[in-house]
Design a protein around this ligand. Structure first.
Ligand code: GLN
Length: 467
């Protein structure tokens, strides 16, 4: 698909459409909220910004590529003056005191935020059903989940309610809903985009990333958002992804790896397995060298990820005690106030993770669980370093199963955790991973070595050209 950003930009410049018309049309769709994808629609500010763009064009001034382009923001990012709820009761009336760096960069480039998007509360989930704003439904079939946790963001893009959206990915939350709604979604290398102003879930794997309908739009938005930020000491400066990377294809003989533990298993749905193998065969026919690789069992990846993610979220969410942020319910004494406020205002899933995380970190268990998980994480990183000496890209399905029906994950959290089997390993390794809506019913994930985003674009372009 062509760049939606460039197409709209051209229409604005040619005066085929006004920015106000475009924004009004999208706001009207978002206000209907047919998929529960919108927590807060930013009507007033969006229309005011659109008018400014229209005035500029009417005055014959030049506009930047992103100027006037409407976008969505997962409701875990701060945008000054707007509610930032993390889809929780706790923060439902919490107003952002400042703006996240990644979002500020988009505002500086002239893009217009339309909506704070529904998601799993605090990023805790894989279906966008763990939210106090109503379960998000899939863009293509409302009996199915949208995926999560950035479900609202993926749906808004798939339905054209936004031109692009900014999701957050800790263990798959951009890639999995992108796959479920058949759009592109990128989790960049950990640190490529500043996390400042993103509510922390698991700080050591949290990533900011774009969701869009075209590869080119992913490139444009990624290039604007990336770069070092003194407010996030894990962020770094990086090269922009070039147009050349986007438009070229992998040379013949390129080594493409896949993990045998992901594919040669009963846990993988038979249709997805067949589609995946057919894609490998096509790549091979194009002259690529397919390399089967060994990796940890998917269950080990899931256990390692959840031990660490729960530990980190338990400590990150300790700050929500009714004192500084969000709601407060008074109890008999301070301790009661804390516990009543937290019991009443976190969802069941979030409480499960806080309890689990505190267990992982508690005296007597931390060595057995937390330190062991850290050792496994180091092993995973070392393995990626080795694998990427050998292959340029690793390819995998996004999930082992098809898109679940609404309601199934809520009944069975364990099944939900296992649906993250193919995404969480890449998060623990901090490597860049891109979902493309190609190859299998739930899409494909492409992964490269750290900071090699450009290879992902070239590989995606190669896949798009396969017959
Ligand atoms: N589904 C995973 C989890 O619930 C990943 C979520 C995310 O990336 N925010 O932890």
């Amino acid at each position: 698909m062509e760049s939606q950003i460039k197409a709209l930009h051209q229409k604005l410049v040619n005066k085929e459409l006004t920015c106000t018309q475009v924004v009004k049309e999208k706001l009207a769709e978002l206000n209907k909220n047919l998929h529960h994808s919108a927590n807060y629609v930013l009507e007033e500010s969006a229309l005011a910004l659109a008018k400014k763009v229209d005035d500029k064009i009417a005055n014959g001034e030049k506009i930047n590529l992103l100027e006037g382009i409407p976008f969505g923001i997962k409701d875990v990012y701060l945008l000054q003056g707007t509610y930032s709820s993390a889809s929780s009761y706790f923060l439902r009336k919490y107003k952002s005191p400042y703006t996240a760096t990644a979002i500020q960069k988009l505002l500086d480039a002239g893009a217009i935020p339309l909506v704070k998007e529904n998601c799993d509360s605090f990023g805790h989930g894989s279906s966008s059903e763990n939210t106090v704003f109503g379960a998000v439904t899939n863009a293509h079939d409302t009996s199915l989940v949208a995926g999560g946790s950035s479900g609202g963001s993926a749906v808004n893009v798939a339905k054209d309610y936004t031109i692009f959206s900014i999701g957050g990915d800790t263990g798959g939350s951009i890639r999995q809903p992108a796959g479920y709604n058949k759009v592109f979604g990128l989790k960049p290398t950990y640190g490529k985009i500043s996390r400042y102003g993103l509510m922390a879930y698991a700080s050591s794997t949290d990533c900011v990333g774009p969701i869009a309908k075209s590869l080119e739009d992913i490139q444009i938005v990624l290039n604007v958002m990336s770069g070092k930020d003194w407010r996030d000491q894990t962020s770094f400066d990086s090269e922009k992804v070039s147009d050349e990377a986007l438009n070229s294809t992998l040379p013949k003989g390129t080594k493409i790896g896949y993990y045998k533990t992901f594919i040669d298993t009963e846990a993988l749905n038979a249709d997805i397995k067949a589609e995946f193998k057919a894609t490998l065969a096509k790549l091979e026919a194009e002259g690529m060298q397919i390399v089967p690789l060994d990796f940890l069992d998917a269950n080990v990846l899931v256990s390692t990820y959840y031990a660490l993610a729960m530990a980190e979220t338990a400590s990150n969410l300790a700050r929500l005690d009714g004192t500084n942020y969000g709601v407060r319910t008074e109890g008999e004494n301070l301790k009661d106030t804390y516990s009543i406020t937290r019991s009443e205002n976190f969802t069941e899933e979030t409480k499960r993770r806080i309890v689990g995380g505190n267990q992982v970190l508690s005296q007597g268990h931390s060595e057995e669980i937390y330190l062991k998980a850290q050792q496994l994480r180091n092993k995973i990183s070392a393995q990626f370093a080795e694998d990427f000496k050998n292959v340029s890209v690793i390819i995998s399905p996004v999930t082992p199963n098809k898109v679940p029906k609404i309601g199934t994950n809520l009944k069975d959290p364990m099944t939900m955790y296992l649906s993250d089997a193919y995404t969480v390993g890449f998060s623990l390794g901090g490597v860049p991973t891109l979902t493309v809506p190609l190859g299998t019913e739930v899409g494909l994930q492409l992964t490269a070595a750290k900071k090699q985003e450009a290879t992902l674009f070239t590989c995606a372009n190669t896949l798009a050209k396969l017959k």
